[in-house]
Design a protein around this ligand. Structure first.
Ligand SMILES: CC(C)(COP(=O)(O)OP(=O)(O)OC[C@H]1O[C@@H](n2cnc3c(N)ncnc32)[C@H](O)[C@@H]1OP(=O)(O)O)[C@@H](O)C(=O)NCCC(=O)NCCS
Length: 336
């Protein structure tokens, strides 16, 4: 087993083809109902990062199988320079032969050399990745419920009604591919309410709480081939952003929408804004992304008012997602 660096800036079409093969074989084996990945902007997807961040990738080669798996590690900057997130994908035929262990060892060594204290990854609860990470010393840090909305099952007249249930003093605006410059500051202020709202530990929220980070984040998504859609509720007397919801469609998996953040500022809660904004989003997606088949969203297991909103829109709870985390020095000791 050999693990070699994978550099998306120099990789050729064969190497990207191998990357896709690994992803799609893994998906077919572990999550057969999930959409497959397609050959569109993979290089951008793997190489573009936020300023101050970097992503390093590796390929594992097996003497008998050839390309056996891939891994990548995203190293955050600024306040999060102590940590990183990673992914490991092993082809079904190459499993149980130490491929995953070899990729994890390489990336943990790199994380240690770069001074990272912890690394984490997300896994779907029904896949073999759970046993692998628990065996290798990771602890479950976050559990979330993923829900899916199949667009073929949507009652569009009901959704259109829900989207209209906004009374004065609010108006809804839909923005695609970015936000008007003058909204950035107000949008980021409302988004900062999520700092203490999610399942993460205090201080671990990595979202955009100021206009500069928001602008960088939108540019990064665009650079990676991820199309952003945003619905904003504006309080008409003050022109403040009372609430927002964001959804992303990746060029690499264009039939699946990823619901990102939804938040209503505390002073504007209980007016039905979350339901109206999310319903409006769905109506816009019908024409903006006609190839879309479903939308996925994640909620914390407890105290999630969004679960009620999602149920009203027709989302069905699907599988749990776990975030696994390990302290890098202990992980390396265990791997030796
Ligand atoms: C999880 C995964 C990386 C394991 O790869 P692998 O090459 O089969 O793992 P290895 O052969 O290196 O196994 C390393 C150790 O983990 C153990 N292990 C591997 N899979 C396991 C499982 N499902 N349950 C329990 N232990 C497991 C092995 O027994 C081995 O233990 P040992 O070294 O102490 O003897 C692979 O199954 C995979 O790619 N899964 C999909 C990844 C995924 O879900 N990505 C995220 C999608 S969102």
């Amino acid at each position: 087993m050999q693990v070699r660096d994978f550099d998306p800036s120099t990789a050729d079409s064969t190497a990207f083809g191998d990357w896709l093969t690994v992803l799609n074989e893994m998906t077919a084996e572990d999550m057969p109902d999930e959409p497959r990945w397609c050959d569109d902007r993979i290089a951008d997807y793997l190489s573009v990062t936020m300023p101050g961040e970097s992503r390093i990738a590796w390929t594992a080669y097996d003497d008998e199988i050839g390309v056996a798996g891939h891994a990548n590690l995203l190293l955050f900057g600024g306040d999060f320079a102590h940590t990183g997130v990673f992914e490991i994908f092993v082809r079904p035929a190459a499993r149980g032969r130490g491929t995953g262990r070899a990729l994890l060892t390489e990336l943990a060594k790199h994380a240690a050399a770069d001074g990272r204290e912890t690394i984490s990854t997300e896994v779907i609860a029904t896949t073999p990745a759970v046993g692998f990470y628990e065996r290798l010393g990771f602890a479950r840090a976050v559990v979330e419920q993923r829900s899916l909305l199949a667009l073929s099952s949507v009652d569009w007249s009901r959704i259109a009604q829900q989207a209209k249930q906004v009374s004065a003093p609010y108006r809804l605006e839909y923005h695609r591919g970015g936000l008007p410059e003058e909204l950035h500051e107000r949008y980021a202020t409302t988004k900062a309410n999520l700092r203490t709202a999610g399942p993460q530990q205090a201080g671990e929220w990595r979202g955009s709480s100021d206009a500069v980070r928001l602008r960088d984040s939108l540019a990064t998504l665009k650079g990676r081939g991820m199309r952003t859609h945003m619905v904003v509720a504006v309080h008409e007397k003050t022109e403040q952003v009372a609430g927002l919801t964001e959804l992303v469609v990746a060029a690499q998996r264009p039939t699946r929408g990823d619901q990102y953040d939804t938040v209503v500022a505390p002073a504007h809660r209980s007016y039905g804004l979350a339901l109206a904004m999310k319903a409006r989003m769905l109506t816009e997606l019908r024409s903006a992304e006609p190839q879309l088949r479903d939308v996925q969203t994640w909620t914390a297991l407890e105290n999630s008012p969004l679960e009620h909103v999602n149920a009203q829109l027709g989302f069905d709870p699907d599988v749990q997602w776990f975030e696994y985390e390990a302290a890098v020095p202990a992980l390396l000791d265990g791997l030796r």
